[in-house]
Write a protein of this length. Structure first.
Length: 80
């Protein structure tokens, strides 16, 4: 969709909305194309950590009271 520089300045938000919907806008100065508005590439979300994106399950007995007591004793904490 070609548009003049003056129209682009006056209707920038409308042009951006069109570009977001997938349109391409060519901006011209004195009928010579000088710029092109296109949708920006979508950035991939980066995940941090070795288990990112994978299910994580705690092993059986992770909350065993005896294990908790041993850990509390090792760290000199009061056992609950």
């Amino acid at each position: 969709m070609p548009t003049s520089l003056h129209q682009a300045k006056a209707h920038l938000s409308e042009l951006i909305s069109r570009v977001e919907r997938g349109a391409e806008v060519v901006i011209a100065r004195r009928k010579q194309p000088v710029a092109r508005l296109i949708p920006a590439a979508q950035r991939r979300r980066t995940r941090i950590g070795a288990l990112a994106g994978r299910p994580f399950r705690l092993g059986p007995g992770f909350d065993d009271p005896r294990a908790n007591a041993r850990i509390a004793k090792d760290f000199s904490l009061a056992s609950r």
